[in-house]
Write a protein that binds this ligand. Structure first.
Ligand code: ADP
Ligand code: ZN
Length: 722
């Protein structure tokens, strides 16, 4: 990585293959580059990692990433390495040998990013920390920063030690990142980490590509199967409350022809690991899990998250549904709601001997229930819950997508509001409804039976009054107090209705489409059969590299390929997610498939329909050959392919591809890589199979011949074509 004119945009395009920064990424990166501390609050899937990965590559020294999620470290490091970025991790799951290798890499200053668990940094009386003092550290990134706060929902005491970082490294900028933190937690994080005048970046929590649906729980299995049937090609997570039910549901789905695996904390480590791996690698499409599953998962192509049981609170629900659609493609969050679950969870929420905690839990559960019963936009409810404003109609939740007949219900609203007013804002929903009905019950106080509003709602059944009260809460004309026995209170919006200055519209419940069916959605129009073929190519490559498919290219990237049909390298480069290294490593496999598809179906490329990635005025080929040339120079200095691959933190095949380029250009002899006597035999196999795909040639040749050798001979045969 010795290219001179490096900018964040350059790194984004060439190393990561993306055309533009998202949300606040650029501002955050600029702040880090100016040496300042930053605090980033961004939802899951928002793109937090790039915020420190891009500066890491622009800074001279090493970026240390602190993360509590050991399972995720390997994934992230794999992903970086696939993009040709030298990265490594240190944690307790590694063998001594592996750890020694990392230390050596550190000593030789070969790494740009190092992922570590917090306890590792401070182990053995800060020995590692002292060691890091000798390395050139340019940035600390603290991921999942809410773990440092006991106010947060996932406090980890080992995070508290991070308070020392600033003492040891007062000059090194720190970026703290999290997806969940209320104001209290936020302040706590900044304090505990001792950040210096940190700049805070808060992005919207709206996950625009997630569609929210709530359905009745009764007979849910039938509707779930129906849903799965319509989304056969997709991967998803189904959350259940209990371990038993995950196993049951997984079995039922499997029996019905939708292979699914269970995941919960009661399974042994090995089984859990296996199921998780199968899911990540697209070998099993459906994971039926308790909330134990997901923390360490960054699979980007999860297309649906289903809750068959009610989550305990909105925080959990939002985090779980947030695991859908990290790649930005349309995805579904489907919740099956039954009032029975509320009663069950209410029992769980009782914290023995802790009244205060119990009230908090019940309060949160009430909000979850209200979300399910809402007849206003789901997204608005969620965003408001997190303190964010939102439009009334999102166009992508069950409510906004349904046709509801709305009726002027101002009179009913006025009756309810005046009842609440007369009852001095001191009674709950049931009482107010009974009061409106004019109930003769003893529960209604005698003095209330004297009031003028008593019994003014005899015309409607009690259930409907209850619904209307809930509607008014949703619409913001009424609110409920916190606690176990919430009472109804007026809001600042109530008086306009009471004075007749504002009309209220209720949804006529009879019209609500009870069986709303979320059908398959499409991001953009693309060639579906080709998409499936590209997935097969991806799977083959992923298996070869021993990584998950989405780490090679995300679904979003494959869909772009299947939509714009690039048929040569320059146009392939324009696809979002294709960086230099991936282009040179995998480009030809996908190009072949696309080319073949276009010929077979007599269609031509649509790449001109894609707006170009914003490129600097510099030929792509020059930049591409820069990174290749670095490998070439090492080779000229006498290093072997293995050594260069290790130094640059990439696979051997990358280096082989780099060298093949120079063979094709005529700057290097094929015999420097392939023994003379092998060349003719390889050539013969190439003539037999064609030179578009390596594996058939390899199959003909057998074990004595490497992919690198085959690549080199192909390049040599193409020499004149450059
Ligand atoms: P988070 O850590 O906030 O949950 P990630 O950093 O894992 O999110 O990013 C989520 C996904 O979005 C990843 O697949 C990542 O590659 C992709 N992504 C991030 N930034 C961009 C961008 N500027 N353009 C396109 N894709 C991006
Ligand atoms: Zn909506």
């Amino acid at each position: 990585m010795t290219i001179q004119d490096q900018t964040p945009e350059y790194i984004l395009q060439h190393q990561f293959g993306y055309g533009e920064f998202r949300y606040g990424q650029k501002e955050i990166i600029d702040n880090i580059l100016s040496g300042k501390d930053s605090f980033v609050l961004m939802p899951t899937g928002g793109g937090k990692s790039l915020c420190y990965q891009v500066p890491a590559l622009l800074f001279e020294g090493l970026t240390v990433v602190v993360s509590p999620l050991i399972a995720l470290m390997k994934d992230q490091v794999d992903q970086l390495r696939l993009n040709g970025i030298p990265a490594a991790f240190l944690n307790s799951t590694q063998s001594n040998d592996e750890q020694r290798w990392v230390s050596q890499q550190l000593n030789e200053q070969k790494l740009k990013l190092l992922y570590v668990a917090p306890e590792r940094i401070f182990a053995n009386e800060n020995r590692f920390l002292t060691y890091l003092k000798q390395c050139k550290i340019s940035l600390f990134a603290i991921d999942e920063a809410h773990c440092i706060s006991s106010w947060g929902h996932d406090f980890r005491p080992e995070y508290l030690q991070l308070a020392q970082l600033k003492d040891y490294f007062p000059e090194v900028p720190v970026i703290a990142l999290t997806a969940t933190a209320d104001n209290q937690t936020r302040d706590d994080i900044l304090n505990k980490l001792n950040l210096k005048q940190p700049k805070t970046f808060v992005s919207s929590f709206n996950r625009a590509n997630i569609y929210y649906y709530v359905e009745r729980k009764k007979n849910y299995l039938e509707r779930l199967l129906n849903y799965l049937d319509q989304h056969k090609a997709n991967a998803g997570i189904i959350y259940c409350l209990s371990r038993n039910s995950t196993e049951e549901v997984a079995q039922k789905l499997t029996d019905a022809g939708f292979p699914a695996k269970p995941y919960h904390a009661g399974l042994d480590q090995q089984t859990r690991q296996k199921h998780q791996e199968e899911f990540l690698r697209d070998e099993v499409k459906i994971m039926v899990a308790t909330v134990a599953f997901g923390m360490g998962i960054n699979k980007s192509n999860v297309r649906f998250v289903v809750h068959v049981d009610l989550p305990k609170n909105i925080e959990g629900y939002y985090q779980e549904t947030g695991r859908a659609g990290r790649d930005g493609l349309p995805s579904d969050a489907l919740l099956f709601y039954g009032a029975g679950d509320v009663a069950k969870l209410r029992k769980f929420a009782e914290v023995e001997g802790n009244k205060e905690q119990t009230e908090i839990m019940i309060g949160k559960l009430n909000k979850m229930q209200a979300f399910c019963e809402a007849r206003t936009c789901r997204r608005k409810y969620l965003l408001n819950y997190f303190g964010e404003q939102a439009n009334n109609n999102c166009g992508s939740c069950d409510i906004c997508l349904s046709d509801f007949e709305k009726v002027d219900s101002t009179i009913e609203a006025q009756k309810i509001l005046s009842a609440v007013f007369r009852l001095k804002e001191s009674f709950g929903m049931q009482y107010v409804a009974d009061f409106l009905k004019g109930s003769k019950s003893e529960k209604i106080r005698e003095e209330h039976k004297e009031l003028k509003t008593y019994g003014i709602g005899q015309d409607l059944p009690k259930e409907l009054w209850m619904d209307h009260i809930k509607d008014l809460i949703q619409l913001g004309f009424l609110k409920q107090s916190e606690g176990t026995y919430p009472v109804l209170q007026l809001t600042s919006a109530s008086s306009k209705v009471l004075k007749g200055e504002e009309k209220v519209w209720f949804i006529k419940s009879a019209v609500r489409k009870e069986d709303f069916d979320p059908g398959p959605k499409q991001a953009m129009s693309y060639e579906k059969p080709l998409f499936e073929k590209l997935k097969t190519v991806r799977k083959m490559l992923a298996d070869r590299e021993n990584v998950a498919g989405f780490q090679i290219f995300s679904d979003a990237t494959l869909i772009e390929m299947a939509a714009y049909l690039p048929i040569n390298e320059p146009s392939f480069r324009r696809i979002s997610g294709v960086g230099d290294i991936k282009l040179s490593l995998y480009g030809s496999y996908f190009l072949n498939e696309i080319l073949h598809y276009c010929q077979e179906n007599k269609i031509s490329s649509r790449i001109e329909m894609k707006s170009p990635k914003r490129e600097k005025k510099q030929s792509t080929n020059d930049n591409l050959s820069d990174t290749k040339r670095v490998s070439f120079q090492f080779f000229k200095q006498g290093k072997t392919i293995d050594e260069i691959a290790e130094m640059r933190g990439v696979q051997n095949s990358t280096i082989e591809t780099h060298l093949a380029y120079f063979i094709q250009k005529g700057e290097m002899e094929v015999t420097e890589i392939v023994p003379f006597q092998k060349i003719a035999i390889i050539e013969k196999a190439i003539k037999q199979c064609g030179d578009q795909a390596l594996s058939p040639i390899k199959e003909v040749l057998g074990n004595g011949y490497s992919y690198g050798e085959i690549r080199a001979v192909i390049a040599w045969r193409r020499k004149d074509s450059l």
